[in-house]
Ligand binder design. Sequence first.
Ligand SMILES: [Zn+2]
Length: 140
Amino acid sequence: MILVCNQCLGVNRVPDERLQDSPKCGKCQNSLLSGEVLEANEALFTKLTARSELPVVVDFWASWCGPCKMMAPVFAKLAITMKGKAIFVKVNTESEQQLAARFAIRSIPTLKVFKQGKVVGDMAGALPESQLKEWIGQYL
Ligand SMILES: [Zn+2]
């Protein structure tokens, strides 16, 4: 399993059977599967979506967006419960305008699921926890 370090952008190969023992980055010792939602800039986003072998679930959000704020704790909770099954990433569409433009984000929040660099899931709008979990689950 290939995992990308969110600190140094190092690409790590981790045996599947070790995914459950908190694997660390070989370069910088950062935890590779922290269960945290990663705040991605363009460099991290590009590396993660291109190289990570786990599906990458991306929340395109903005600070002025009420539904985004409501969904944030749900997203964070799912990042923990789905740890080791998917990588959860937030992209701030105000500070990362090039990413928002690249993916033609028109409404916020927009969720996208990436597998091997390709968008496999795409949804606009916030969902309650059970529905969000189900939506993400179909791509794992
Ligand atoms: Zn690292």
